[in-house]
Design a protein around this ligand. Sequence first.
Ligand SMILES: [Zn+2]
Length: 676
Amino acid sequence: MAVVGASETKRFKLDASYLIGLRRVSYRSIRAVLQALPGDLRKACNADNVETDLKKAANAIFDDELRTTIELPLDDGTTFTWNLARPQAVLRKFAAKSPALQRVLGALAVGNSFRNPLSIVHYNDEVTSGNLLAPVRGRSFTAFRFSFMEFGKLLAAQQFWFEYAILRSSVLDEVVGGESFVQRKLQHLFFTSTESFQLVGVHLALGTGTKVVFARNTNLIADMAAASACLDLKSASGLKPCVKCANGVKKGVLSDAAHPVPNPDNHLVEITTATLRDFVPNTNKALWENVDELRRMKNSVRKKKMTKASFELAEMACGLVFNSDGLIADAKLRRYFKPVDMHTEDWAHVYLCKGVGGDELAHLMGRLREFGIKYDILREELKLWKWPKVHHGTGKGTWRLFSETRAAAAQKEDGSWKSSASEMLTIAPIILDWICRNMNTQMPGEVESFRRFCEVIDYIQGLKRQIHRDVPKLQRLVERHLQQHWLVYGNDHWTPKWHATLHLQAQITRDKGIVLDTMANERDHQVAKSYGDIMKNLGFFDEHVLKRSLAYQINELEHFEERPSLVETAIWNEDLGATTASKMSIEGVHIAVGDFVRTPAGEVLEVKLCGLADDDLFLITDACEKRSEATAGSIDVRRKLDLTLVWVRRWTDVALIRCWKPFIDSEGEDALRMLV
Ligand SMILES: [Zn+2]
């Protein structure tokens, strides 16, 4: 439905799905805004009844084809009727609305068949309402999404992750069989329902006609807690904390002087070992055998042939929580869902969100304090830097990371510094630049550890953007960092996230060079969260948040442009004989006026205008004068007015400068220090 009205001179149209998708705005406030319009307009857009109109429109999006229900048994003996969208129908609806998705799926449909299916990646994560340091449990929820590995670089766009279900945490906590049961039900929706992705394919209208697209499971990406909940892994609390390793055991159990676990053949290895060499890969078969064995033992416990304590020891030993309602216990799903093969570490959670990076930073801050350097010095340093438009939102607030509150939170949480993934990516190069310049002689080991950490995250980003292709090199960088960190700080604080770093290289190789992560969804969460935060009536929470998220995504996909293009308002410029705008986008690189870029030849340019002529993008820029070469990741430049035209035919033609800060150079001139 669209809210259509006529003013005196021309018709205007309010797009209902646009209004439904508006973030942080309740229907009631939309009504209030429309009611404030002059009489004719107010009447034309039916302002007084707009809430009802929007609810109808939301129902039209969440129609019978989309809607399905799953009955979730709860601990108190009641059942929760969960309204969610069928993933197949979501894909069909999105494709129908989005020319970009039609083009992309159209290309992937060529040669697609039962034997040559697309690869589904599942993603689910808890979205915490409120803020990082003060979460609100009542409005927190898990969002369920999927995408296809074949989207490649488009996986970095949140529009290409399809959300089909929302479940409030307070309900999920009560579900018999937990998240694993929920995930099991969802897998049946994907694979054993009448429109099985793998067996019958999904019918999609793709511009040129209807195509049947087949897909199978290849990946489940989640943070450690969500992956453990889905697969019933004991994770850190089990004797075997890593699902990928057959012989990796919990830190300390072999070296425990009082009660060492026997290890006659030296087969078992503690999880804190800083190299992958000693670990033996686990298999699906072995995991399923463990589940089946636990089932038999559970029966023995029931028949009083085995004690509960021995059963719990067996669970500990194989690192599993036996859950007869769970995903990995479902024999029918074993054909479609291979837990060990699909398990995918999210490097963003491993390295950036309260992970290895958080530990690295917290330890560095501890050592800096010994030299009298407090976090306020870094806070003031961060305030000096500027970021490209695309990262400006994150960048400008990062100085807040270095506050009393965050420091106290870090103390509470085993010393790990709390940040979002994008915050860590934003601050890491600046901290590195500062410690290299100021602390290298006092604490070279610590500086080196942080440098190697930055080297790893830079290299992973390079692999993700396909600038680097040498995946095995990542293993060397990861292990080099682990060894240096261990040397200066020890490894008492290493959590399973530290061990997970060792698996990233093999995972990227398995995924044919694609670096999967949840970075795009970190931003996407903000969308669903924005509806969750304003929701008053928790009774309809899941459905309401889902409907609004679906409307938002439909809008986003409708306007999504995967081809190189100018962004936002473009105008024809007679003098240039070209269309110009203030922003452009080319294969995931977003450039805006005011940003700095570097050419492959090393020139540094300030962007003055983005343009499009004869299907080719170009930038009009001012060249800068280089005062130093890029050493340790930084260059000093001076601005000079020297208009330069650069064609941007490929995304590699220019690279965005990460951040820059003004300073007065040794000759007293205004200069800029750039991190590249
Ligand atoms: Zn492992």
